[in-house]
Write a protein that binds this ligand. Structure first.
Ligand code: GTP
Ligand code: PEP
Length: 212
């Protein structure tokens, strides 16, 4: 099965606020953009991915991610993450009504295309499925096959919400890079240990993280 991905991205100046103790206000927007560039680059290189739509109102990020080959969908609802994802999924299906759609976070700088393909192949077995994040509290991917609505419920404790909503929790092995979202300095160290993409490696090198 070939997938359309929808990837949400906040305005960079507001993004990754929980990294304030790790990256200054001057460096954080560039770091958030680096995560998104590495995430989208890996997503576009995945054999199971047909197309990638990024839902964002950030102009700079929109330009850079469009240059990589992503479609940019404006975050017209301006009503938070789940409204943005539902809007982007509808935009994708307005063009491709029978597409399989998966929402993927933009903060997966260690993402490896074969690991994403493994997760999407697993998701194809169920109407609606999700992958818990590395902390096992949140969600990094929510996927629906044709004929089913995404019904995103991302945010704090989204693993429990997605489970309660009837989505199947995926448990594939060897997919750490798809689960390693970066919210905190500790998450960033974990992602660096897995091996991040080149943009994040360059941005992180400016942070002087202990142990890097
Ligand atoms: N388009 C859009 N994307 C969003 C919105 N809120 C969050 N996101 C994105 O959703 C993904 C998951 O959000 P978080 O992990 O909480 O990232 P974040 O909001 O940048 O991080 P914090 O500021 O620390 O909460 C990230 O890729 C965000 O950029 C929104 O209102 N609109
Ligand atoms: C949006 C989410 O991410 P975080 O917990 O990183 O805010 C989520 O896990 O649903």
């Amino acid at each position: 099965m070939q997938w359309s991905l929808v990837i949400p991205l906040k305005p960079l100046a507001l993004a990754k606020s929980r990294l304030a103790d790790t990256a200054t206000d001057a460096l954080r927007p560039g770091l958030a953009l680096a995560f998104a560039v590495d995430t989208v680059t890996a997503a576009l290189a995945c054999t199971a991915v047909r197309d990638v739509a990024v839902v964002t109102n950030d102009e700079l990020a929109g330009r850079e991610l469009a240059a990589l080959g992503a479609r940019i969908v404006p975050d017209d609802p301006r009503a938070g993450l789940n409204a943005a994802l539902a809007h982007a999924a509808a935009a994708v299906r307005a063009t491709l009504p029978d597409s399989a759609v998966a929402a993927l976070n933009a903060d997966l700088p260690a993402l490896r295309p074969p690991e994403l393909a493994r997760v999407l192949d697993a998701a194809a077995q169920f109407p609606r499925a999700f992958l818990p994040d590395a902390a096992a509290i949140g969600t990094t991917l929510l996927a629906v096959v044709p004929g089913h609505e995404l019904l995103p419920a991302f945010g704090t404790d989204s693993r429990a919400r997605h489970r309660a909503s009837g989505a199947t929790e995926l448990r594939p092995t060897a997919v750490d890079s798809v689960r390693q979202d970066v919210d905190t300095g500790e998450d960033l160290r974990a992602a660096l240990a897995l091996g991040v993409g080149p943009r994040t490696a360059a941005a992180a090198a400016r942070l002087l993280i202990p142990g890097q």
